[in-house]
Design a protein around this ligand. Structure first.
Ligand code: UD1
Ligand code: CA
Length: 465
């Protein structure tokens, strides 16, 4: 039935309370713009058509709207005015319209479905409400003696008694097509803000004898984000949910210190230690271990791999099965084969690392000449000695061995040993640390005569300087 419903998503408000150059609904929660969360939930609910109402002047990245039709509200004159701005999308075959706000990022598909189901089940209007001990700022849901919704009163228009009501309007409302939807035209702007409130539809409908019902939602799921403090609350709520989901299949040693993105995928029997941040685009496959203090984004981690502690994986990274990334290693745009090892203090950027290759401590792929990035290819079973610099573009063959401290500028064939560093020179008796010889000290001067106040070894230090 949702296929014959229309979702109208409102995102044209000025969002002044956010105090930002970015449109309010573009602020991310879990790394995804709030508006994209809402559109995703609408899609997941199987709603046939979506109309997105945007303001003028705001620059929108093209891909955010997805399949939704775009409707411009010239001036933000209130939520009812915004819904009517999408009138072109009200087609004859639509049975119900569900209105959602772009600043409700955590709303779930099942909840949207629940509200719409009431209208498909016979109600004229269904309001999604929630309870909170701190209702300030929200519209209050006022019930009649039968428990039906009689009105929604905005904070600024509410009496002291009405303000004491803790049942609040989430903003999500389903409206039956036909008369109830047409009643939107009857809303005026005779209120404290001089706006056309969508919420006034309820009182109008109640006076006309409509069947107006309500559904209860969880505060965390439907709280509105108007300012940055509420944005932080929404982020915290998102993280709590993401941790619960991860805990279904993975062990988190300290869940409250692990941060997920909207699209993080965590497999079965994954272990995640303390203080780990997952940016967008990460998949951690079964049995992988993420040790403490890692920052990971745009990376795929294969089964049984170990990452960290203190590793940074950047976009374009693929860590092969049972591969190991150790402490203070940064990997960017690089593919590591099965059982490859980069255990200490390395930068691996724009590289392919073969199966079971071993990169010693301090290996650096020098991928950038100031203008262009180049790739480093390392073959299966290759061994890179510690503190080697691999100057890309360069290829190290299978099983090749690079001597410690080499600066490799030319390709190394398979099975070859390459050493590229200054040869060691030993100079007998030239160490400054050798025991002092008599001829090194100042002739005739004792320490006391040279400087009576100095510590007894001061003269010796002076002559050696
Ligand atoms: C609104 C509700 C309030 C509810 C609260 C829940 C109204 C009048 N008030 O208040 O009952 O408790 O949400 O979070 O509906 N928008 C437009 N065009 C406009 C005005 C707003 O597109 O002209 C959009 C905004 O971008 C936003 C949404 O509508 O996504 C809600 O507007 P906002 O100003 O945040 O309403 P609240 O004051 O939070
Ligand atoms: Ca709001």
């Amino acid at each position: 039935m949702n296929s014959r419903s229309l979702a109208v998503v409102l995102a044209a408000g000025q969002g002044t309370r956010m105090r930002s150059a970015l449109p309010k609904v573009m602020h991310p929660v879990g790394g995804l713009p709030m508006i994209a969360h809402v559109l995703k939930a609408v899609d997941a609910a199987g709603i046939g058509r979506t109309a997105l109402v945007i303001g003028t002047g705001a620059t929108w990245p093209g891909d955010v709207a997805g399949k939704a039709s775009l409707h411009v509200q010239d001036h933000p004159r209130g939520t009812a005015h915004a819904v009517l701005s999408a009138k072109d999308a009200f087609a004859d075959d639509i049975e119900a319209v569900v209105v959602l706000f772009g600043d409700n990022p955590l709303v779930a598909a099942a909840t949207i479905d629940r509200v719409l189901a009431r209208v498909h089940g016979g109600a004229d209007i269904a309001v999604l409400a929630f309870e909170t001990e701190t209702p300030t700022g929200y519209g209050r849901v006022l019930l009649d003696d039968n428990g039906h919704v009689a009105a929604i009163r905005e904070e600024k228009d509410a009496s002291a008694d009405e303000r004491a009501v803790t049942l609040c309007n989430s903003g999500i409302m389903a409206i039956r097509a036909g008369e109830p939807l047409d009643a939107l035209a009857a809303i005026d702007s005779d209120n404290a803000k001089g706006e056309f409130y969508l919420t006034d539809l309820v009182a109008i409908g109640h006076a006309r004898g409509y069947n107006i019902v309500w559904e209860m939602a969880d505060f965390e799921e439907v709280m509105g984000v108007n300012d940055r403090a509420q944005l932080a609350l929404a982020e915290a709520a998102f993280q709590r949910r993401a941790r619960q989901k991860a805990l279904e299949t993975a062990t988190l040693l300290a869940p409250d210190t692990v941060y997920f993105s909207h699209d993080t995928v965590i497999g079965t029997d994954v272990l995640i230690e303390q203080n780990v941040v997952f940016g967008p685009g990460v998949a951690v496959d079964d049995g992988a271990i993420i040790r403490a203090f890692c920052h990971i984004e745009g990376a795929v981690i294969s089964p049984g791999a170990t990452v960290g502690p203190f590793a940074r994986l950047r976009p374009g990274t693929a860590i092969g099965p049972k591969a190991r990334i150790g402490n203070f290693v940064e990997v960017k745009n690089a593919v590591l084969g099965p059982e490859a090892k980069v255990n200490h203090l390395s930068y691996v950027g724009d590289a392919n690392i073969g199966a079971s290759a071993n990169l010693g401590a301090g290996t650096i792929t020098c991928n950038y000449d100031g203008k262009t990035k180049f790739r480093t290819e390392i073959g299966d079973g290759a061994f890179i000695g510690s503190n080697s610099a691999l100057v890309a573009p360069v290829a190290i063959g299978d099983r090749a061995y690079i001597g410690t401290g080499s600066v490799i500028t030319d390709d190394v064939p398979a099975d070859a040993l390459a050493i590229a560093r200054g040869r060691q020179v030993n100079k007998p008796d030239r160490s400054p640390a050798r025991p002092a010889a008599a001829t090194d000290t100042m002739e005739g001067a004792t320490h006391d005569e040279a400087d009576p106040g100095a510590p007894s070894d001061a003269g010796v230090r002076d002559t050696r300087a």
